[in-house]
Write a protein that binds this ligand. Structure first.
Ligand code: IPE
Ligand code: IPE
Ligand code: MG
Length: 247
């Protein structure tokens, strides 16, 4: 039986988040420049996005560039920004034909203005699409996201827009970049690293984790299906006992 047939489409993760890691090592192994690893990684982005949409995943979030990634050599940062623009220009067709809405989270004002412009254009053009929301985490850091949420909330408390007593999980959710997205159900990280690297700290509170040694440019549809099959075999107890889940 093909892997995809082992997936139960009724219990898909509502929100899948992927830390796409290993482009540099993929290139190095082949004796290529890191830039070619990133370029090759864009192919995995396309197949993953299309496969998720076809399966019926409603929300896919891809970690594409972290706040810490600004510390990479300028040449690499420039390459990544150029690649982002060319991918947005090229993939708008894929997004439209698959009815996918683009969204972006992160400190977007730090991105070069041509990237911001292209991003806003694709976001606007795909705004009415309904099959899946694809969120790109760009210049994204979870700690920065929490800091800006705390600032916004404290400002509202100071101006009597909300009371301190009213601050709850829902208020915090509303002030995160991800305010319109559900909690993350499954996080996949490629390349054998077992860490979060400042990604969605609040939203992953009860997520399942799937780590694979596969480097991002080699991540195929079947690797995605394997991750989802693993997720579907798990019992998510949310603090309860197993007996409470399956009486
Ligand atoms: C992931 O691949 C892409 C980004 C972080 C932008 P890396 O560039 O981190 O690849 P490795 O970890 O060096 O192999
Ligand atoms: C995390 O990967 C960020 C992205 C995938 C965009 P990194 O390669 O930057 O993470 P660290 O530095 O190894 O933790
Ligand atoms: Mg890396």
């Amino acid at each position: 039986m093909e892997l995809v047939q082992q997936i139960n489409t009724a219990t898909l993760p509502q929100h899948l988040a992927i830390i796409m890691d290993g482009n540099g090592r993929w290139a190095k192994q082949k004796g290529l420049l890191r830039a070619l690893g990133h370029e090759s990684g864009t192919k995995s982005v396309r197949t993953t996005v299309e496969s998720c949409a076809k399966l019926g995943v409603k929300n896919l979030t891809l970690y594409a560039f972290s706040t810490e990634n600004w510390n990479r050599p300028k040449l690499e940062v420039d390459t990544l920004m150029k690649l982002l623009i060319s991918s947005l220009k090229k993939e708008i067709k894929t997004l439209q034909s698959n009815n996918i809405k683009l969204n972006a989270i992160g400190n977007l004002t730090n991105l070069p203005s041509n990237v911001q412009k292209e991003l806003q254009e694709v976001i606007q053009k795909t705004a009415e699409n309904t099959r899946m929301t694809l969120t790109l985490a760009l210049s994204y850091g979870a700690r920065e996201e929490l800091i800006q949420a705390v600032k916004k909330i404290s400002n509202k408390v100071k101006n009597n827009i909300i009371s301190e007593e009213a601050i709850d999980e829902s208020i915090i959710n509303q002030h995160l970049y991800t305010h319109n997205l559900p909690d993350v159900d499954l996080v996949i990280r490629t390349s054998g690293e077992h860490r979060i690297s400042n990604f969605l700290l609040w939203q992953i509170a009860y997520a399942e984790f799937y780590f694979t040694d596969v480097l991002w440019p080699d991540f195929s549809e079947d690797h995605l299906y394997e991750a989802i099959i693993s997720y579907q075999k798990r019992e998510r107890r949310f603090g309860k006992t197993s007996e409470q889940i399956i009486p």
